[in-house]
Design a protein around this ligand. Structure first.
Ligand SMILES: [Zn+2]
Length: 499
């Protein structure tokens, strides 16, 4: 597999430290709000990369942190008259609700800054001992000039950075480019005891420390959004390599921005959309498909029309699975009945899918091969005889491969609604969202052992021509004719109001 390495600026063969393992660290969110769509892109991109590496047989250790000590959290907590760590804890809970809906696998570990203060203090002390950092009035700064390779990731020269970066002139710093490793406590802020007095870590030190703590001095892949290249990742490299003397990460992978009218989506520009709000209009599997159907390094423009296109495209793949199930009518075909010629064409598509992903994780091309497979299965369904065991083997095997390859990109795991998904009707998105909500209420009712409530949902939906099917991947809805959205919404409101 070849990946584009930001460090060096070219595609390189992925050679991991251990040929069977991948150690990967991805910068996670600062937890002071719900995540927005721009935050969701790296989560989906790197979760899909992890799934693909596992599909290729690597044993992947995946670390994604939560920044739970930060200026923005402290400010928000002050506004809400809350405790900063409690506020962060609340948004970590909300993060997992969103991530689960997007079918994002849990990381091997989700470390939090507040739980690694002693590790951070050790690292800051080590950097002072080695002459890479200095203390002034309870603050500790990294001495950028002490690390001659500073700028190697972002490709910026030191003087250019000083001219271009918004570095505040601070008389106490040896050099304006020096950045904080440790900040002295200000009144009303959370703090920890340290050799430099009471204070808290700066932002950058957490990631290099937690990466080293869980993955060792050198790792294979460090990922994140391209807005993190400078200064965050540049600073991580300086801190880690100055401390350990080892190369920090072999490959640095960065995803492109999400743009709105060609402008970067960000909290500071105020043009961001919370994932949660988008999920009231579009099902989570559609949002995931939208985020992964474009190459991860390309900018991704956002508007409702793009999500509507994604809904129709994903709908075509889901429809093939639905039609295949109907064709097989519960039969489990014998794959030894699969003719050699069909086996070859399925193998070809499987190989092309992998070749696309092996070329810098080209998910756009890989998904094009899924559509090719889907069309092939559809043609066999259209011309085949459901009673013929050879035709069953072709359709069954094709659908299995489509499901398996789709799962490599996490496409079908969250898929809960199967029906007339190719309809041009604008109400279909709302319908899928409503049905997802019914399934979520039913799931909760079953967890609470409130079987009367769970049955009420099944019976109501059945009366509307919608069948609930429980599968090993969770519950799904199926319908033949488009159901009556007004009736569904009224019932949903009634059931939600009843809690
Ligand atoms: Zn980070």
């Amino acid at each position: 597999m070849r990946v584009y390495n930001t460090l060096g600026g070219r595609k390189e063969e992925l050679r991991t430290l251990n040929p069977h393992k991948v150690n990967m660290y991805v910068c996670g969110p600062t937890v002071y709000n719900f995540i927005h769509l721009g935050n969701a892109r790296p989560l989906v991109v790197f979760d899909s990369l992890r799934r693909y590496l596992e599909y290729k047989g690597y044993d992947v250790t995946y670390i994604q942190n939560f920044t739970d000590v930060d200026d923005k959290i402290i400010r928000k907590a002050q506004e809400e008259n809350d405790d900063p760590l409690r506020l962060a804890e609340r948004y970590i809970g909300e993060y997992f609700i969103d991530a689960d809906r997007l079918n994002i696998k849990r990381a091997s570990v989700h470390p939090q800054v507040s739980q690694h203060i002693p590790d951070i203090i050790d690292a800051v002390g080590g950097l002072i001992d080695k002459g890479h950092a200095y203390e002034v009035d309870g603050d500790v700064y990294f001495r950028v000039r002490s690390f001659p390779e500073y700028g190697k990731l972002s490709g910026r020269a030191m003087d250019e950075m000083l001219a271009g970066a918004r570095v505040e002139v601070d008389e106490r710093k040896d050099d304006p480019a020096d950045f904080a490793l440790w900040k002295a406590a200000k009144p009303g802020e959370p703090y920890w005891d340290s050799p430099w007095g009471q204070g808290r870590p700066g932002w950058h030190i957490e990631c290099s420390v937690m990466s080293t703590r869980y993955l060792g001095d050198s790792i294979d892949i460090h990922g994140g959004g391209s807005d993190l290249i400078f200064p965050h990742h540049e600073n991580e490299i300086a801190q880690a390599e100055a401390l350990t003397g080892q190369p920090f990460s072999r490959y640095w992978m960065h995803n492109g921005f999400i743009t709105v009218n060609k402008e970067k989506m960000s909290k500071s520009l105020g043009n961001f959309f919370l994932l949660r709000d988008i999920l009231t209009k579009f099902p989570a599997d559609v949002v995931r498909f939208y985020l992964i159907a474009t190459h991860y390094r390309s900018p991704l423009d956002f508007d409702d029309g793009k999500l509507e296109e994604a809904r129709k495209a994903l709908g075509r793949l889901k429809n093939t699975l639905l039609l295949a199930d109907e064709f097989l009518r519960g039969n489990n075909p014998d794959t030894t009945d699969l003719p050699e010629e069909n086996r070859r064409s399925f193998d070809n598509i499987t190989e092309q899918f992998a070749e696309a992903l092996d070329d810098d994780f080209n998910t756009a091309l890989a998904i094009a091969h899924l559509f090719e497979l889907s069309r092939l299965i559809n043609s066999h369904i259209a011309s085949g005889d459901p009673g013929n065991s050879i035709h069953q083997a072709i359709v069954g095997q094709g659908a299995d491969i489509l499901r398996r390859l789709g799962d490599v990109l996490g496409l079908f795991g969250g898929a809960t609604v199967f029906g007339n998904v190719e309809s041009e009707d604008d109400d279909i998105s709302s319908l899928e969202v409503v049905l997802e909500s019914f399934l979520a209420i039913r799931q909760q009712a079953r967890q609470d052992k409130d079987y009367a409530r769970a049955d009420e949902i099944r019976n109501f939906l059945s009366g509307q021509g919608i069948r609930i099917e429980d599968t090993s991947e969770g519950a799904r809805c199926r319908y033949e004719a488009p159901p009556d959205l007004t009736a569904l919404n009224a019932k949903l409101e009634e059931m939600q109001g009843g809690r």
